[in-house]
Design a binder for this molecule. Structure first.
Ligand SMILES: Cc1cc2nc3c(=O)[nH]c(=O)nc-3n(C[C@H](O)[C@H](O)[C@H](O)COP(=O)(O)O)c2cc1C
Length: 343
């Protein structure tokens, strides 16, 4: 979970127009990645090809750390033709930011699908990670072409529908508590900000806004916090959000703090799912008699008038989250009276 400290937390994604600059960026990045682009003829073909393709590049503090290129392969489909990120910048969320810029561009250009090719899972550790990365972005397996490259490198084609962004109800039904391992990829600050904004946008009783949030993405701070969570949960996640609640009375003796933070948590869980990450509402685990929550609050310097009530790990899942068994719809939802009429 250690990240190089010199990597800036924010990255700017630029659409590069000048063909010579595209070629320079492609050469600079791909020549730095001999493990992936070690065959000179194919590397040169990617570099030449970049001149005429749509390029997005990641500017990290004035230098380009990575890029991707889009190439139309039919009037409905665009291919993510090449993507490279210099090794010290891996696992910083830069691939996700580049992909989002490319997807938005392809969508507004009217394409219906995006395809990408990679070596099929189950052959090399690095490519297994690449497969999981594309899946986390929403790509689905289309076909494996065993001989396109060579027998040792079967080509997996992934496809993504650009017309069917998950609707809100799909998203709600797709959210499940995830308690497995996470990939170490850093979560871009832009994403953490969106998740926090979703939490703060939740309704609150009499608009008292009793919920506050702390996002933790500093590896040292995460390590300190996980040292007090016993038994460990969410310990491989590259970020977590701690939910703080203040007991403020809305009127008379009515305090809606629990309802307020619950609404904030569900908003954040949905935002986390929408952005391709996974999480779990850890409240029972940290607020039991051993009061792990108080020890986390001490580490984060939380003042005594706030209770730390919940912890949400955030990260790209290493495995698929399982859907829990829910009671049948007819047992819990009715029309026009209790158990009088079902849908
Ligand atoms: C108030 C509350 C506290 C929770 N605390 C924990 C917890 O401490 N540990 C845990 O593994 N899951 C916890 N969960 C997650 C639930 O176990 C989970 O939501 C439930 O099993 C249904 O699964 P689903 O979220 O996939 O629909 C909590 C959920 C809520 C709403």
């Amino acid at each position: 979970m250690k990240h190089p400290e010199h990597i800036p937390a924010s990255v700017t994604i630029q659409c590069i127009q000048d063909p010579d600059q595209k070629q320079r960026i492609a050469r600079d990045v791909l020549e730095a990645l001999p493990d992936w682009f070690g065959v000179p003829e194919s590397r040169e073909a990617y570099i030449r090809g970049s001149r005429d393709q749509t390029m997005f590049a990641a500017n990290c503090g004035g230098a380009f750390s990575g890029f991707l290129c889009l190439k139309p392969t039919g009037n409905a489909t665009v291919e993510l033709a090449v993507m490279g990120i210099k090794k010290p910048f891996h696992r910083q969320g830069i691939g996700t930011l580049l992909f989002r810029a490319a997807r938005d561009h392809a969508e507004s250009a009217g394409f219906a699908f995006m395809q990408v090719k990679t070596v099929a899972a189950g052959h090399y550790e690095d490519y297994d990670r690449t497969n999981r990365f594309y899946q986390s972005l929403g790509f689905q397996e289309l076909e494996v072409l065993p001989e396109l490259w060579d027998a040792a490198n079967p080509c997996q084609i992934y496809i993504l529908s650009l017309k069917e962004r998950a609707s809100l109800t799909d998203l709600i039904l797709r959210r499940h508590s995830y308690r497995g391992r996470f990939l170490p990829d850093r979560i871009p600050r832009q994403d953490l900000n969106l998740i926090l904004e979703a939490g703060l946008a939740a309704p609150s009783g009499c608009n008292k806004q009793t919920t506050s949030l702390i996002a933790v993405d500093d590896p040292g701070m995460l390590e300190k916090i996980h040292a007090v969570i016993d038994p460990p949960v969410g310990e491989t996640a590259p970020a977590m959000i701690c939910v703080l609640s203040q007991k403020i009375y809305a009127y008379r003796d009515r305090c809606f703090a629990v309802q307020d933070y619950s609404a904030a948590i569900e908003n954040m869980l949905l935002a986390i799912t929408a952005l391709g990450y996974q999480s779990c509402w850890y409240e029972g685990h940290i607020t039991d008699t051993d009061r792990i929550c108080d020890r986390i609050a001490d580490i984060l310097g939380v003042p005594p008038e706030y209770d730390l009530v919940c912890m949400l790990p955030v990260g790209v899942a290493e495995s698929k989250p399982a859907a829990p068994r829910k009671k049948p719809f007819e047992e819990r939802a009715f029309f026009n009276g209790f158990r009088t009429e079902n849908a």
